[in-house]
Design a protein. Sequence first.
Length: 367
Amino acid sequence: MSKQLRRILDLLRSDALFSMLLVLYLALVAITRGEALRLESLVDVEALSLIYSVMLVSAMLEESGAFSYLAARAVKASRGSLTKLLLYLSLLSALSASAVMNDTAMFMYVPVAVVASRMTGTEMALLVAVIAISANIGSSLTPIGNPQNIIIWRHYHIGFTSFVAGMAPFVAAGLLLLSVYIVLAGTKAARGYPAPPPVRLEPRLLIPALISLVAIILLAETGHPYPGLLVAVAAALLTRPRVLLGIDYLLLASFALMFIDFHVLGELLAPVFSGLTGLGTVSTILVAAGLSQLVSNVPATILLLNHVRAWQPLAYGVNLGGVGLVTGSLANLIAIRLSGISVNRLHKYLLPYFAALLTLVALLTRY
């Protein structure tokens, strides 16, 4: 076996997510008789450029000490209380996700959770799960909070404020339940921990990174992600060029495969949902949340979009679906990748919350 082939096999073995997506893609190529090879219509290049831009800015922020600084501030403010620490991190993540999308919030706050875990000795999976849940729930509030909301917002032609008002009850229920969940988890694992050491920020990295992040968001919201990518690359080159070499390009390739695989799966499964037009509110929520566990919430949105008359149950269902299995949301996969924790450890905290929120939302919408 050649050295190059051995390296490729070792790389595939070391990255289960990429390997699974690649195997799925090859299977879809065979099933569709080559239709899955039309990459130009399947890969969302604009979305990939946005993800890459955010990865660059996130790496710059990490180099600047910003994540360590936020973690230290949250740890210090909690004064040895795990409950307070989890509440602070969840609030930061939820608020950020509503403005900069849940995927972006994961890039920003999962590193914070990792650092906070090391500082306090708290189980990393618990901290990361809180970040993942709060980012998915917080992003549900606004039309720009996540990709599925953008799709629903545009398809149903809903006003911005009307969308926020419609999603507010769902978000309120989700964050209230998360607060209860955090109190129970914090009490069970309560213990004191020492104050963190002082953290030094590097303004010459921090300021360009923050300016780049604002530029990326504004340009993306106006439909111009490529200039945002140029801003991010230029900022990295001018401040810390090695950041460009440290990006996880295999993760970026995984995102490309996700777009391809889920798009093709959506096309193959579309006929199955042709009879769902007459579903009621609770049934729509359950179907959307359940389908999200299988194909992720963005493809589930695309599948159900033309079969659901009311936007609100669909939005509730697909956003709720993001806090279940790790496959329910791309943000969960990002959390796994950035933190290095196992899927089972994350499911330990995600699945009980998912079951409780699904029950609560079903009851609230029924009565």
